[in-house]
Design a protein around this ligand. Sequence first.
Ligand code: SF4
Length: 403
Amino acid sequence: MALEKRNLYRFPWSMNDNPIAWLEITDICNIHCEGCYRQHLTGHKPLDQVKEEILFFKKWRNPDNVSIAGGEPLIHPQIMEIVAFIAEQGIKPIVLTNGVALTPELLRELKRAGLAGFTIHIDSHQNRPRWLDKTEKDLNELRQHFADMIAVQGGVYVIFNSTVYPSTFHEIPDVLHWGQANIDRVHGLVFITYRTATTDDSVALYGDQEVDLGKLSYTRESFDEKFVTSSEVYQILKDTCPEYEPSGYLGGTLRYDSFKWLAGAVIGSKHDVYGSMGKQTMEVVQAGHHLLRGTYLAYLSESKIGRKIFLLLPWDRTVRQAARNWWRDVVQHPGRFFESVYLQSIGIIQGPDLLPDGRADMCDSCPDMTVYDGKLINSCRMDEYRLFGGFISIAEKAEEAVG
Ligand code: SF4
């Protein structure tokens, strides 16, 4: 199916009714990822402030989950209290981590405190000790280590994120194949396209005052490569796995043709991918969750969905196709009738794009808004507030006069 907005469900999320709340509890990290949006300016947030922010989200955001982020949240000394406090509010706590500090003991304690899931970020541009100069394929060993550790513990779900750089774009199939081979323990994969602003040909303004763009961690002197777009990531996923289809999207705040978030889920077993969830199912899931639980949904907490997913086939063409493929597989291998059927979410995120007029095309209804100074702001640009007082605009440098 062509990647067109009319073939997809536009997520109904908004600023005040959004399944995700992005809570940053520290800006300290134990590794240094090239694509990181945050730099160390302040340190671990005090527990009282973190609790206030959680209550702020509960009041103004109506989240299904709180994404506990940083920096590296697992090195915050009160991570257990934070997870427990979120769970006490009836919200799912999810830790976004690089995994460096994650041990089976810590995992057990987090689960006891009420943790719902992890998003583990692993890619080859993280300056990870003992994993330098590795390909995405090599890093599947590390992904496997965490996926197995979490599966052994049970009851906690895990999604693996990776940033896609122009140099690693062609390695996406290696990550996809690995994820699909582990569909019984990997609940989702997310691919985030790398974005940066360059200091050699741009100036930054806060109001009409020039500010030092180089202070931001997400700028670099120059970038000669072409950014990978979400549509290109979609195409490589589709070429690798023709059964994959996204079912929902978020567009841009300025460009009508952006795909800032593309999300969906494949239906498969340990042996094969049968198809995908379609836009009708995504609509039923979002509306149904909101009706029954009062919140929209961002993460599947249970991937072992079973054959009941095929009950949706009367009104979902893509589920119908998946059911046909599953049935064909069962006819060829009758023993598979008794095997589990899983859902695995696959997401693509394309961060802010700088437009020629200096403005940034952001994710419409940004799911990753965080609290800063009593305001909800896009977390990817919070350092502009922390360093300059608010969002900056970026313009091309005027040519210097010669002679
Ligand atoms: S606009 Fe929101 S969702 Fe998009 S990259 Fe920034 S923080 Fe993330």
